[in-house]
Design a protein around this ligand. Structure first.
Ligand SMILES: C[S@@+](CC[C@H](N)C(=O)[O-])C[C@H]1O[C@@H](n2cnc3c(N)ncnc32)[C@H](O)[C@@H]1O
Length: 324
């Protein structure tokens, strides 16, 4: 473009303003109208001229058209001129209102883009969160609510799932299991998490593995179905619970999934709500909570689909000394 034509284009105050803005940001006609407070048709006319003179570029995104000055694409004449124009624009205070409104427009654009982004992400977020954090995030949040002075005894600890739940938050974690290998894995988990509050007991849960009044909380998670006489074990364990302490039992409700007997050596095909509540009452405990976790279908390694039965979580309290 010749210099004279270039100066003619720049000699218009509105075009001068628009070029300044479009050198800084890529903007739509609508956004330019908000920043300059000029009518859109007037802006469109000027943009048309600027486009014809190859001073600005247009980019389409969906139904939006964005305009900007691409300095690398300017004509050699314009490129010579641009640094001094930019210096003038920087030092001229008359553009300050444009700059303030530009900030507001860009903030609104960011907010809009952000909510649109999350509108699209919503359908994938549950699985993405699972990929990113697994269950660890929920556990960490719930752990923050736990009182810190608890002695927690986990009966049939297995590989130490309950150690993960309570972590270093408990004063002491007593992990009981009769399998050396399970206990070794739980120990490894505690070591990997730098848990120094753990004590491991290789013992049979049916042989009263806790001292009297030793624990504030006793957890029996997916273990009860292995005992010959679960009611008797619960009554024995209750002696290890301090007055006012809490017993938490999680297991399956009555079901007909024989594969659990065959594959995982369950002696009991779950327990009825009535039976569980009777055992807890007979152990001298007061039921404080009962929650059912609905079962779900799962594919087995054999390819056969089967069901994980409904499970319950019972929370029961040993009456405190004054009331018990
Ligand atoms: C299905 S695993 C559950 C492990 C853990 N509670 C969990 O939820 O991940 C059952 C555990 O109970 C233990 N167990 C079964 N009968 C037991 C008994 N009589 N005394 C001690 N532990 C027992 C097993 O060794 C095994 O580690």
């Amino acid at each position: 473009m010749e210099m004279t034509r270039l100066f003619r284009v720049l000699s218009d105050a509105t075009r001068f303003r628009l070029l300044r803005l479009l050198t800084r940001e890529e903007l739509t006609v609508n956004e330019l109208a908000q920043v300059t407070q000029l009518a859109q048709p007037r802006i469109s006319n000027h943009l048309k001229i600027l486009r014809e003179e190859n001073l600005i570029d247009e980019r389409r995104d969906g139904s939006w058209r964005y305009y900007r000055v691409e300095k690398e694409k300017l004509s050699p004449e314009a490129r010579i001129l641009w640094p001094s124009l930019e210096e003038t624009w920087r030092e001229d205070n008359t553009f300050a209102p444009d700059d303030r409104r530009l900030e507001t427009v860009l903030e609104a654009r960011h907010a809009r883009a952000s909510s649109q982004f999350f509108d699209q992400l919503a359908h994938r977020w549950d699985s993405l969160r699972q990929d990113l954090f697994g269950e660890a995030l929920g556990r960490a949040i719930l752990r923050a609510f736990l009182p810190e002075e608890l002695v927690v005894a986990d009966i049939g600890t297995g590989t130490g799932y309950v150690l993960e739940l309570f972590g270093s938050r408990a004063r002491k974690l007593i992990a009981v299991d009769h399998s050396e290998t399970m206990l070794a894995m739980a120990r490894e988990k505690a070591r990997a998490r730098s848990l120094t509050n753990t004590e491991f007991r290789l013992a049979d849960a049916e042989d009263t593995p806790l001292a009297r009044d030793e624990a504030d909380v006793i957890t029996v998670i997916q273990v009860l179905h292995h005992f010959e006489d679960p009611g008797r074990v619960l009554a024995n364990l209750t002696h290890g619970l301090r007055p006012g302490g809490t017993l938490i039992v999680n297991d399956f409700l009555e079901h007909q999934e024989l594969w659990l007997r065959k594959e995982l050596k369950h002696r009991w095909l779950g327990f009825s709500e009535e039976r569980m509540k009777t055992w807890l009452r007979d152990a001298g405990l007061t039921l404080a909570g009962w929650e059912v976790l609905p079962g779900h279908a799962i594919p087995l390694e054999t390819g056969i689909r089967t069901r994980i039965p409904d499970a319950f979580t019972a929370v029961a309290r040993r009456p405190s000394a004054s009331t018990g």
